[in-house]
Unconditional design. Structure first.
Length: 325
């Protein structure tokens, strides 16, 4: 009987302890976050119950619809420099563009959607100012009654003009808008491409703005020539090519003469004789130029590369003879 009473007492004590522990946990949850207790207690509506099979970080599925302002990319090599413009191209769609869709006296993203980006693989010169290699946002500030401004800004991760800060401008370039045939879609394009420069054009509706880009191609080439010749100082063909580049571009005649003389010491052929003849004629030393020109013409039979140039070589020789005598 005593054992039975003791067993009953132990069961009652256990129930009380469990009740106290449960109450403490409940109070702790409510005290910490009533909202959490409420959220946990409220059932999730059937209409928004997540699928137990869906991954936690699943991305929404988007339809493959065309963009209103499609992405475009245009690139151009200018000498040894690559210039790339990365932009989105809006359409006019019967809207007033200048002074309407693109207000005067307000910075415009020069495209649509994200920033329009321009990349230079080497330093370039814009209106006499050097801009280092890198990528920049392009903005345009149109004015109603004076030259517009084309702006390069170092911040490239904005959405259009949101967050634009003039303190991050790298350069502001005056540009005069030109009248152009109607163009429905905004277009960036290059023209007048030369080794030393080109024009980057932005055309939309009936306006075009032109950005002249100059490259320091000769400086880059001469630096490359020095590096290559340091590695291969006894290559007569490389020396001849270096001299020929200087002669073609009328650069550093003394340096060109050094290169071509070294080339002739290593290999006396028609090619380097003809380069020296042209260099001397360029320096108005027609008498000596004639000597090397005649030698080059005699050696042409042994140098197949110059045979197509033989008629022009003879014409040049005749002209130099007339000037020398």
């Amino acid at each position: 009987m005593a054992a039975c009473s003791l067993l009953i007492a132990l069961h009652m004590l256990k129930d009380r302890l469990l009740a106290r522990v449960g109450l403490g946990i409940s109070l702790m949850l409510i005290g910490t976050s009533g909202a959490l207790a409420q959220t946990v207690s409220e059932p999730t509506p059937a209409s928004i119950t997540p699928s137990t099979n869906a991954p936690e970080n699943a991305q929404p599925v988007l339809l493959p619809l065309p963009q209103a302002s499609p992405h475009a990319l245009v690139s151009q090599n200018i000498g040894l420099t690559e210039v790339v413009v990365d932009y989105h191209a809006p359409n006019v769609r019967n809207r007033t563009v200048w002074g309407g869709l693109v207000p005067y006296e307000q910075v415009w993203r020069a495209g649509a959607n994200e920033n329009t980006i321009i990349r230079f693989s080497t330093p370039v010169v814009l209106r006499g100012q050097t801009v280092v290699a890198g990528q920049y946002s392009i903005y345009v500030l149109p004015h109603a009654d004076r030259e517009w401004e084309l702006i390069l800004n170092r911040v490239i991760n904005h959405w259009g003009t949101e967050g634009y800060d003039a303190n991050a401008d790298v350069i502001r370039i005056p540009v005069m808008p030109e009248t152009a045939p109607f163009h429905e879609t905004l277009l960036y394009w290059f023209s007048d491409v030369q080794p030393t420069g080109a024009h980057l054009n932005l055309t939309w509706e009936k306006r075009t703005i032109v950005l002249p880009i100059e490259t320091e191609v000769h400086k880059q080439v001469l630096s490359s020539i020095e590096q290559v010749l340091q590695q291969k100082p006894n290559d007569w063909q490389l020396l001849a090519q270096a001299a020929d580049y200087l002669v073609q571009n009328n650069l550093q005649p003394e340096r060109a003469l050094t290169y071509i003389n070294e080339s002739l010491k290593l290999q006396d052929v028609a090619t380097n004789n003809w380069i020296k003849a042209r260099l001397l004629a360029q320096q108005q030393d027609f008498g000596t130029a004639i000597v090397y020109a005649r030698k080059a013409i005699k050696l042409v039979d042994k140098d197949e590369t110059l045979k197509p140039q033989l008629p022009n070589m003879r014409i040049a020789l005749t002209e130099w003879q007339a000037k020398a005598y």
